[in-house]
Design a protein around this ligand. Sequence first.
Ligand code: NAD
Length: 497
Amino acid sequence: MPALPARPHFLDGRPWPAGSSCGGLVFDPARGEPIARVPFAGRAEVDAAVGSAAAAQAPWGEAPLGRRAEIMFAFRQHVLGHSDELAALVTTEQGKTLADARGEIARGIEVLEYACGMPKLLQGAHSSQLATGVDAHSLLQPLGVVAAITPFNFPVMVPLWTLAGAIACGNAVVLKPSEKTPGAALRLAALATAAGVPPGVLNVIHGDHTTAGLLLAHPGIDAVSFVGSTPAARQVHERATAAGKRVQALGGAKNHMVVLPDADLNMAADAAVSAGFGAAGERCMAISVLVAVGAVADRLVEAVAQRIRTIRIGAGSDPDVDMGPLISAAHRERVLGYVGRAAAQGARLVSDGRMRIPAQGFFVGPTLIDHVTPAMDLYRDEIFGPVLSVVRVPSFDAALELVNSHACGNGAALFTRDGGAARRFEREVQAGMVGINVPIPVPAAQFSFGGWKSSLYGDLHIYGPDGIRFLTRTKVVTTRWPAAAPGRLDLGFPTQR
Ligand code: NAD
């Protein structure tokens, strides 16, 4: 095998060749072959990255808001101008189609655009004459150094969810992208530097959970913004809060799409297939459970099965392909294991993706499984693959109870023409992001993104207004400028009267 190129870390505004000997391989999942080596940062490299970020943060946090905004505008232009290159990198390392990769970059740019408005967003509040001669105002100050630990499935968009706001708020970031898709983070860091983000304000180190653990315990890290699977999110939250850090840890998902008998069947079937099999189901907002209410079930399953037959599988770089591979051979085996067990437990395989696996690469064909029950592990666990389960329920009440009984609460969707049912769904469903006739309700950048229950550990959602609260410390200043000293002592507790 020819020598593989190594992905460097990125420190102080430039690539930083690895010193550590341990590391992993990056694969092209469409070919199933390694394309690069990735180093795993050890303690010395983590110390260097955090130290450099801390040194850079102090002057950056003092930089005028207008200057920071100007640099964020330039960063946005650089990412936009390099969208095709970034998309190609995402497709090569992650496997999704180029069109899908462009979509994630566009959604990441939206978050950058929101961060360009930071002079307005960081505006505090002011109250005049709270008591006689007393005013108060609030300041939103940077936190310091933020660690961003991100998953493999959105190599551009998810890092931007944290770093756009973090940098614009005056923080420095140490980004540890997924060791499976490290390339895009390096390009983002280089583009940020070219846009004027000072060296050290965005450092990138590679590694697995061990490197992440060093960040979680590091005294120089003030906050941790994590996105990944639920077990890792739970652990990150426990460890980083125990180390005294502010933490938001977004976890996995099991998104249900409820279809009522009055729904537009074609619209619902199109949505279920797009949201179930887009990115080969490797989206935290993918639909993985189709809840068919009452008499709609047979017609819905047939309409979905018909559409699945038209999905073209292959390398994401081929413009004629709809669905690419999974991220790794191990993940493919895991997904196939769930499909096999569900069939053995009595679920009905309507479309068997095992029959449509190309010879090369980490593919699983689109799979539709009917008559799934909540007792099956296929239903309980996040599969994160092109597998859509159908659960049949008799009524809207039963559908709501099913969705709300699941441990995850990231997204949930309802398809109906009934406004009353939709209103009840949005009020009663236990999920952080809800779609009404919208299957993937990823919030726009002026809202924030986050789930409920085991889909989020921590209090605040990511990006948008919650992101700013997470990434800043609030200070309230109460002021008095007396013309003359009041001339008396008062040991009572101050009131506003
Ligand atoms: P993962 O949890 O395996 O890894 C995510 C990141 O955390 C990686 O950088 C990894 O190196 C690191 N990591 C892994 N285990 C860790 C641990 N115990 N402690 C600290 N760090 C750890 O997730 P993945 O396989 O890369 O991504 C897929 C998962 O991410 C899915 O569960 C998906 O639903 C979830 N996800 C969630 C969202 C969301 O917004 N809620 C968005 C995208 C992906």
